[in-house]
Design a protein around this ligand. Structure first.
Ligand SMILES: [Fe+2]
Ligand SMILES: [Fe+2]
Length: 324
């Protein structure tokens, strides 16, 4: 289903209500997710990104309802990870082989690495390069290297002032209404933070350098490649990213997180005792206790991020931590 975002820009992605895990089993997606692809219909028709490989047939059939596939003038691939490029090989079988694919030079290498060297027409671009799409509008390419892959890129649509930010500013959240201002605020905030912690946090220094460049743009909408689209005060998510990347507190209450594994419940008892003693010392401190074998690592990582102190415990055997 095609959904209008603004003017001649539509969402043509896939709402993944049933997705339970992302990146293998690394990341629990308790609220589903989406792979957001976008279609711009100006004098030129542009497809921005595709969807994950298992959803390729649905994606292409859906796209056919929006447009004659032969009318796609340009494809932009912001990032070659399979959740965004996965439908590309199938799509290229349906459209002229010489349809230009705009992407970073690294992205071209990664696409060819994943799908083989095909007879496709790549146009490699870098920060500041522009593509005229007619009606006085253009796409401006922005390098997003290591946010979160070496090939990552964003694009800015002039006139409509939309930043297609790819993985940055996303969340794993299936949202039929598409827009952040329609989402449950608490769920949105939690999923945005979990996404930042598990996907972008290692690259915080790079992100903090990139934010001022993004803020120079006149942005009405931030359209990421997962989850909700930010149209009401899109600067809110940039500000959150600045705080998170600066390691500012995300929690109004002080939090301590205790993570343990246990063989015969000895380490478990120690963990619970530590939690009780923290409470006795200061009942205002938020204490979270996780048995690491029973919780998703991505949720534990998010709680650790929110903490000002952590305690980690493991059982011992033969004077060492048992290894799997
Ligand atoms: Fe990615
Ligand atoms: Fe992604």
């Amino acid at each position: 289903m095609e959904k209008n975002i603004k003017s001649n820009v539509s969402w043509v992605g896939f709402l993944d209500w049933e997705l339970k895990n992302f990146h293998g089993s690394d990341y629990s997606t308790n609220n589903g997710s989406s792979q957001n692809a976008y279609l711009i219909k100006e004098e030129k028709t542009v497809l921005i990104d595709t969807v994950w490989t298992p959803n390729r047939c649905w994606f292409i059939e859906n796209l056919k309802n929006s447009i004659d596939l032969n009318k796609i003038d340009y494809i932009v691939i912001n990032h070659s990870e399979r959740d965004h490029s996965g439908a590309l090989p199938c799509l290229m079988k349906h459209i002229p082989k010489n349809t230009p694919i705009y992407c970073s030079a690294t992205c071209k290498n990664y696409i060819e690495g994943q799908y083989g060297k095909k007879d496709w027409t790549f146009e490699t671009v870098k920060t500041g390069d522009e593509l005229d799409i007619g009606h006085n509008k253009k796409l401006v390419f922005i390098d997003m290297k290591m946010l979160h892959w070496p090939d990552s890129m964003a694009i800015y649509l002039t006139g409509d002032n939309i930043l297609f930010s790819n993985d940055a500013f996303g969340q794993h959240l299936a949202l039929h209404e598409l827009f952040a201002d329609k989402a449950d605020e608490r769920v949105l905030e939690d999923e945005a933070l979990k996404y930042f912690v598990n996907i972008l946090n290692p690259y915080s220094a790079i992100l903090l350098n990139k934010i001022p460049e993004i803020e120079k743009l006149n942005i009405d909408i931030i359209a990421p490649s997962h989850g909700a689209i930010w149209r009401k005060n899109p600067g809110q998510i940039i500000e959150k990213y600045r705080n998170w990347a600066s390691k500012c507190s995300t929690n109004e209450k002080l939090q301590i997180t205790i993570v343990y594994d246990t063989m015969w419940e000895g380490t478990k008892n120690i963990a619970h005792k530590i939690a009780n003693n923290i409470y006795l010392e200061n009942p205002n401190i938020n204490v979270k206790v996780f048995n690491i074998s029973q919780h998703c690592k991505s949720d534990i990582a998010t709680q650790i991020f929110k903490s000002y102190a952590i305690a980690v415990g493991a059982p011992t055997i033969y004077n060492s931590i048992p290894s799997a």
